[in-house]
Ligand binder design. Structure first.
Ligand code: DON
Length: 338
């Protein structure tokens, strides 16, 4: 797409969250409203994930000023899974720049399931979407490193900087997924056959599976998301993790693709860039304001946490986060002709 705006500075205008006490009471209200709901099914295609407690439920909101609001099991740990794709994408964009990643991996929704092979074939080997497995494998392969170990370490430390604490590998989940991820191995080989992965595809799957197996909490997700909402500065540690331009690019990709084939519906109902994972996490980002992290393992048929979606919808509405919402300006109210 030729937009002819290269070199023109990005002006920013986002608005503010309500006062601390109001945010705090709405986070608690969201928790109380959905705590007894049980719709959805816990993922079991990675065998160890089937053991997750379907009743576990936590909500966290981090403001760009660093203030935190927690309710329920907001500090319970689970594996980050697909949510890692958003943050690895940001790290790789930060390393390689907007054009390289856009051209190599794409920024569009495939409209097909997150592990679709046919989506790759339909697009002549182009992954199209960095938030599904093919695009995420191609993105992980782009992380500059001299070895698979170094690539993994760069990703682990990068995601830890987003979270503001060292994130640890869940070995049981990593092993369980490694024993069963034939489809991801097939996707990586397919991408390599099209020249979309230049390094050993099986090593790429290994690093990707590790990144998905990092342990996080809803609180971590809220801090990671708030870093994307805050021009790339972690609001808790003050570290500049990525540039403001990378945050903008990452959030636009999340808006288009972060909730898989339900991304359009999500944007229509909730109006926030977001990313979900099969362990039951969701991160939703309100640029310039903060982020919501939720955890609840039961999923809908697209792989998105049912209760997490409801909690984010409630908070988006009550906190005024929908990026498309506006109200009539007082000076124009009632001034139009009948
Ligand atoms: O590649 C996989 O299948 C998992 N490691 C991640 C999938 C995932 O979280 C998709 N989610 N909705």
């Amino acid at each position: 797409m030729d937009t002819d705006v290269a070199g023109i500075e990005q002006a920013v205008s986002t608005g503010r969250l309500p006062a601390w006490g109001r945010v705090e009471s709405l986070v608690r209200a969201a928790y109380e409203r959905y705590r007894d709901q049980s719709a959805g099914v816990v993922a079991d295609y990675i065998p160890v994930l089937a053991a997750a407690d379907p009743g576990g439920f936590g909500i966290a909101v981090t403001e760009v000023a660093g203030d935190m609001h927690l309710a329920g099991a907001a500090e319970a740990e689970f594996t980050v899974q697909s949510i890692s794709k958003a943050f690895v994408y940001a790290l790789v964009c930060d390393e390689l720049g907007h054009e390289v990643v856009r051209d190599r991996v794409g920024v569009n929704n495939t409209g097909l399931a997150f592990d679709s092979v046919i989506a790759v074939e339909l697009n002549d080997g182009h992954p199209m979407n960095p938030m599904v497995n093919a695009g995420a494998l191609a993105t992980t392969a782009l992380m500059p490193a001299g070895s698979a170990d170094e690539r993994w370490e760069r990703i682990r430390t990068g995601l830890s900087r987003f979270a503001g604490r060292p994130l640890e590998l869940d070995l049981a989940v990593f092993r369980s997924e490694s024993e069963t991820n034939r489809r991801n191995r097939a996707l990586a080989e397919l991408l390599a056959s099209y020249g979309r992965i230049d390094i050993d595809p099986i090593e790429v799957v290994d690093v990707y599976t590790r990144q998905c197996s990092l342990r996080v909490s809803a609180r971590d997700l809220a801090v990671m998301g708030a870093t994307l909402a805050d021009g790339g500065v972690n609001p808790v540690t003050g570290a500049q993790v990525v540039t403001p331009a990378v945050c903008r690019d990452t959030l636009s990709v999340l808006a288009a693709t972060g909730m898989y084939e339900r991304s359009g519906e999500w944007l229509f109902e909730i109006g926030l860039p977001a990313k979900s994972g099969v362990s039951g996490g969701i991160v939703a980002v309100a640029p310039g304001k903060g982020a919501i992290g939720t955890f609840s393992p039961p999923l809908d048929s697209a792989g998105n946490s049912v209760r997490g979606q409801r909690a984010v919808a409630y908070l988006s509405r009550t906190l005024g986060l929908n990026v498309f919402a506006s109200e009539v300006h007082p000076t124009t109210q009632g001034s139009g002709a009948a």
